[in-house]
Design a protein around this ligand. Structure first.
Ligand code: B1M
Length: 212
């Protein structure tokens, strides 16, 4: 079994250049692509998620680790299709209509990617209909909504209502989050899950889809 200790450590440190180099080295050393992804990059990001959840590290460190993860993914991406590796889930994420805040949403998006999820990031101020169309157009099985404003929270409900009206709600789960959002609000508007932070969002999605 290939030793990924150094790769995981450098990912945790957010060392972009080292992670790219160590990923390339693992590929050259003929480590299986699936192992580099799961036991190297995703395992490293998992440590980041756990430390972030425990308040041992904070947003700037997570952003650096996510950048490092991306530098490793850049090396692996061309090889993933050939290795027959499928994403564990497909998610569309966006900040809801009326809301331009994207720092937290980007963090959640990065943690999703770090967990081996294919992410379609629709950005900010996203209309309910765009989320709904992602179900058919992109084949997503999760819709992830972020809101930072009490005034934009109703857009989450509008998105869920539009999803129900489209008839696609049985094919897809909805997870919501953002500073003013609560579990109570999620229950009230019929969301399938609420997460308070980016690392919990990954856990909740895995729970929703029954992924261990
Ligand atoms: Co705005 N803003 N802002 N702002 N802003 C807040 C949110 C506010 C609390 C500041 C305040 O008054 N104290 C307040 C909201 C009040 C309220 O509604 N209760 C506010 C306001 C009022 C406004 C404007 C209306 C100001 C104005 O123009 N009068 C305006 C609105 C514009 C609009 O959106 N239509 C506005 C504008 C802006 C900027 C553009 C200047 C800028 C945004 C830049 C950007 O995002 N690119 C900005 C910023 C930076 C903030 C604060 C300072 C920081 C937000 C942030 O990025 N936090 C914020 C005050 C604060 O929080 N201290 C504030 C860091 C980020 C990592 O945390 O986004 O909470 P957060 O994400 C967390 C969790 O919430 C969770 O995970 C993340 C980390 O783990 N999470 C999810 C987030 N999304 C999730 C989704 C999930 C799961 C978890 O599942 C899908």
């Amino acid at each position: 079994m290939y030793d990924f200790t150094q790769l995981k450590g450098k990912l945790f440190e957010g060392d972009v250049a080292a992670v790219e180099e160590l990923t390339r080295k693992a590929v050259n050393d003929k480590a299986p692509v699936k192992e580099i992804l799961n036991n190297g990059l995703i395992a490293g990001m998992d440590i980041v998620g756990k430390k972030f959840k425990a308040n041992d590290i904070f947003v700037p460190e997570v952003l650096l680790s996510a950048k490092a993860m991306q530098s490793g993914m850049k090396v692996l991406e061309p090889l993933l299709a050939g290795a027959g590796i499928k994403p564990i889930a497909k998610i569309v994420i966006g900040t809801v209509k009326g809301d331009l805040h994207d720092i937290g949403k980007n963090l959640v998006s990065m943690m999703f990617k770090g967990a081996g999820i294919e992410v379609f990031d629709y950005g900010i101020d996203v209309q309910p209909e765009r989320f709904v169309s992602a179900v058919k157009e992109k084949g997503v099985n999760v819709i992830a909504l972020s809101s930072l404003l009490t005034t934009s929270m109703p857009s989450m409900k509008k998105t869920i209502d539009a999803l129900k009206a489209s008839g696609a709600s049985s094919d897809v789960k909805v997870i919501i989050g953002g500073a003013p959002v609560t579990q109570e609000y999620a229950d009230q508007i019929g969301a399938d899950a609420y997460a308070s932070d980016a690392a919990s969002a990954v856990d909740k999605v895995k729970e929703l889809l029954g992924i261990k």
